[in-house]
Design a protein around this ligand. Structure first.
Ligand SMILES: NC(=O)c1ccc[n+]([C@@H]2O[C@H](COP(=O)([O-])OP(=O)(O)OC[C@H]3O[C@@H](n4cnc5c(N)ncnc54)[C@H](OP(=O)(O)O)[C@@H]3O)[C@@H](O)[C@H]2O)c1
Length: 274
């Protein structure tokens, strides 16, 4: 797909991966709709894209992706301004990490599902009739390695990304006859604001090794590449595929290594109290 003039909605475009993705689409001459809650950030990016001088246009729409009315307005405003939707990038999301019993039932648990799962489902549900009418379109869902391999303190985040995985796989098989592609992208660690909102407290200092850490731009470029060459799933960097394979084939070994190397050292003090 030549992206010039194509209409692309990017959710979560106010920072990190979404911002970088929207910028990449702008650089390729697309008409980009930027959605998130922080309108000032979206407005700045919209101005930057409009100033590229390559025919790219941008529309900033303030939307809380956990709210169905906001999602309907987002899709409505897109159609009013541009008349069609070629690509939907369901990227908005966040993680609240910690032991399950310490997570807040509403702010951490319900809220993560509301944005990471229902936001993706409802936005897709609103866009789909438009793409079916066009007999074309591409839906790209921002998953995560946590959507394939679940690790301690990621219970809810991993559950939400596993849900995105299942949703996308089923949808891909539903909509292909209409000429609509559905792709999943699974980045490992990416350096963005994600960590600032996640509430991570680590004694072991366990984190993504530097050589495996991606920039938001690298993920943004991967998203635009997916539009040029659609595929069902893309794990980046590819080396993470090894952990997916190990998890699938040697689950007990991964359990033991994770529990000994992470869970016990992290929980040592609590266990002493018990
Ligand atoms: N960073 C990583 O290591 C990593 C790895 C794999 C996958 N991911 C996934 O990549 C996506 C983007 O994350 P990021 O790393 O770029 O983090 P980020 O910099 O914190 O960006 C998150 C984006 O989601 C938006 N968002 C959050 N809640 C929202 C809501 N209720 N309504 C609308 N927008 C909302 C934020 O915008 P506002 O706050 O302005 O609303 C922001 O634009 C997420 O789905 C995340 O799960 C991240």
């Amino acid at each position: 797909m030549d992206l010039k003039g194509k209409v692309v909605i990017v959710t979560g475009a106010s920072s990190g991966i979404g911002e970088a993705t929207a910028r990449q689409f702008g650089k390729q001459g697309a008409r980009v709709v930027l959605a998130a809650r922080r309108l000032d950030k979206l407005d700045n990016l919209a101005q930057e894209i409009a100033a590229l001088g390559n025919g790219a246009e941008a529309l900033a729409v303030q939307a809380d992706l956990s709210n169905l009315e906001d999602i309907k307005l987002l899709v409505g405003q897109t159609l009013e301004k541009f008349g069609r939707i070629d690509v939907l990038v369901n990227n908005a999301g966040f993680g609240r990490l910690g032991w399950l019993e310490t997570l807040d039932p509403v702010k951490d648990i319900e809220a993560q599902f509301a944005v990471n799962v229902l936001g993706v489902v409802q936005t897709t549900r609103q866009v789909l009739p438009v793409m079916i009418g066009q007999r074309s379109g591409h839906i790209i869902n921002m998953c995560s390695m946590a959507g394939l391999v679940a690790t301690p303190t990621y219970t809810i985040y991993a559950a939400s990304k596993h849900a995105v995985h299942g949703f996308s796989e089923a949808l891909r098989r539903e909509v292909k006859p209409w000429g609509i592609h559905v792709s999943l992208i699974y980045p490992g660690g990416v350096s963005t604001e994600f960590g600032q909102h996640a509430g991570i407290q680590r004694k072991t200092k366990a984190t993504t090794p530097k050589f495996m850490l991606l920039t938001a731009d690298e993920v943004g470029q991967a998203v635009t590449r997916l539009v040029h060459r659609p595929r069902a799933m893309w794990i980046i960097p590819w080396l993470w595929s090894v952990s997916v394979w190990l998890n699938r084939n040697f689950n007990a070994l991964v359990d033991t290594t994770t529990i000994k190397g992470f869970t016990i050292p992290e929980r040592e003090e609590e266990m002493k109290v018990l």
